[in-house]
Design a binder for this molecule. Structure first.
Ligand SMILES: Cc1cc2nc3c(=O)[nH]c(=O)nc-3n(C[C@H](O)[C@H](O)[C@H](O)COP(=O)(O)OP(=O)(O)OC[C@H]3O[C@@H](n4cnc5c(N)ncnc54)[C@H](O)[C@@H]3O)c2cc1C
Ligand code: FES
Length: 265
């Protein structure tokens, strides 16, 4: 973990309150793995203000990319950061997703939950292509939102060759309904064909619970990234507690990614 002073390279609006920001962050980028997060000190907030946690969207060649939604004071202040500004970024933090997958990797995301899943898809695919394995693993994304404006970075997944299945509550993109609808169709097909799979999820709690239940119910592995309000980000304050079969766990240290079978809902 490093507290790196990172120069902002690019910062732009994506629409619907979402923004993309990238930093020159060679130390953090070198050690980062999918599912980990960084804790950003937001310039413009008073020095005693806390950092804000963001999942790593991508990290390669010394560059760290984040994708965030403006929701309150900290993220609103982050909007004002310009290319060339220097920002203190602490990371990489937390415990990420495993990079070995037994069977198809089914990624399930909602809202900014797709952020760590994109980094995961990249690494799962590039890791396989960088080895003697003949072809990349099957990686599919199941993504949900209220409207099409909540579906982020789908073009980036498609460029990786990831098959995307979308669902929106209002039917403005993909199937009308919940993301678990296309996911359930896929699970039925895989079970019928006797194919193995693992589930990887990040998003709102009800979606995570639904995915977790499907993993444990089908005796498949499920890897669930929990979003809890964080204060210190490094295990000291116990603000980010998640109940697990081993008792209370800190999302910033033992998580944010937990095995589905370990979570207590
Ligand atoms: C491990 C982790 C990874 C994250 N990754 C991303 C990401 O990739 N992109 C992204 O846009 N956001 C991400 N978040 C959420 C992000 O950290 C919060 O949106 C941000 O801290 C809000 O700061 P703020 O000052 O703008 O809002 P505040 O003024 O602090 O809060 C505004 C409102 O949002 C609520 N809130 C604050 N933090 C959270 C949270 N973590 N979960 C749910 N509600 C919250 C507050 O209770 C309040 O109601 C992540 C959070 C965690 C814990
Ligand atoms: S945020 Fe302080 S222990 Fe996790």
């Amino acid at each position: 973990m490093t507290d790196e002073k990172c120069k902002v390279i690019e910062h732009r609006e994506l629409g619907s309150g979402y923004r993309f920001i990238s930093f020159d962050a060679p130390k953090i980028a070198e050690g980062a793995t999918p599912g980990q997060f960084v804790h950003v000190r937001v310039p413009g907030l008073e020095p005693s203000a806390l950092r804000r946690p963001f999942s790593i969207f991508n990290a390669e060649e010394g560059r760290l990319e984040l994708l965030y939604k403006t929701i309150g004071r900290g993220t609103a202040a982050l909007n004002a950061v310009k290319p060339g500004d220097v920002v203190s970024v602490l990371g990489p933090l937390g415990h990420g997703f495993p990079l070995k997958c037994n069977g198809a990797a089914l990624l399930v995301g909602g809202g900014f939950g797709v952020v760590p899943l994109y980094f995961l898809a990249r690494r799962l695919i590039s890791k396989a292509l960088g080895t003697s394995e003949a072809k990349a693993p099957i990686v599919k994304l199941f993504v949900g939102g209220r409207t099409k404006n909540d579906l982020l970075a789908l073009d980036r997944f498609e460029k990786l060759g990831v098959e995307v299945h979308a669902a929106t509550n209002d039917g403005s993109f993909g199937a009308k309904g919940l993301v678990t609808d296309p996911l359930d169709d896929e699970l039925i097909q895989l079970r019928t064909a006797g194919e193995k799979f693992e589930l990887f999820a990040c998003g709102p709690d009800p979606m995570l619970k639904a995915v977790s239940m499907r993993a444990t119910g089908s005796k498949s592995k499920g890897w669930i990234s929990m979003d809890r309000h964080m204060v210190c980000g490094v295990g000291a304050c116990y603000a980010c507690i998640q109940k697990t079969v081993r008792g209370n766990s800190r999302c910033c240290i033992e998580g944010p990614v937990f095995a589905a079978e370990d979570l207590v809902w």
